[in-house]
Design a protein around this ligand. Sequence first.
Ligand code: SF4
Length: 343
Amino acid sequence: MRKEKLYGKTLDELIAVTRQIILPGYAARQIADWLYKKEITEIEEMSNLSKKTREALSEAYEIGLCPPVSEAVSSDGTKKYLFKVLNDKYIETAFIPEDDRATICLSCQAGCKMGCIFCLTGKQGFQGNLSSNEILNQFRSIPEFRKLTNIVYMGMGEPLDNLDEVIKSLEILTGLWGYGWSPTRITVSTIGLKNQVREFLERSRCHLAVSLHSPFDEERSRLMPIQKTNNIREILEIIRTADLNSQRRISFEYILFKGINDTPQHVQELARLLNGIKCRINIIRFHTIPGSEFTSPSLQEAEGFRDILNKKGILATVRRSRGEDIGAACGLLSTRAMNKQAE
Ligand code: SF4
């Protein structure tokens, strides 16, 4: 019989587990403590539960942690881990050390159904949603787990297309019974799914990063087909009218494609589009992928674009490219693993 995994369950779900094996309600908090604070790897280690209780738990449950199957290390210290999920699929997780930060970039889906034309993960097609166990296992099972200062949900897949599992993982990360992280250290990225953006802003206090990439309707539709059904203007209206607490940061990701979305007209239109929203734009130089029609601008070109935005009154920064020598674009490692599996 396949055992259910305890790791990745919220407190409410753990209460349901304790009811099932007829334990008092407080046992759920004890189990959460072992899972998320004391970081055990075996049910046997839950020493404040009786032997009988541990045996009853072990019959149907396991902790459910799973180490990465491989890793690639960049000369700049960035690491990419490959995890096996959903039995036979692969996802990538990046560990990015910086001066006083150590960030993990989590994946939420194997592949993706959004079909952005510049994205290798999109080219894989959709292979499945990750459970909160599989999302958080990436965080817990990398060797640098204890060094982490920030978490971004910007790996493979569209996080808000797997909203319930993502919200569960955020509850565990930020709950005082869980890891107790501040929501201000966690950023969830989205391509912009209107219903889910609204729901996310209501259900979570974590930061939100919206992938923008072009202020022009036609151009954005070409880059990101989602624009045809979830227009960025509708997303911005939801953000404008949401009850945002002062701690929450809204940012926009802007992948810069040389000669495509880097003109003064783009700056002009971005200023118009984002008018009235307290935000910043993160400019990311495009990471080339095999067979792509796009090219990457130089760092100087990206900084020039940033300076024009700043002059227009839009706070913009250029994100440092990391892990270029190990394939910075998300999806390369897992595509290779998939191809190898198919051989
Ligand atoms: S950019 Fe994000 S949303 Fe678009 S296809 Fe890639 S993973 Fe999916």
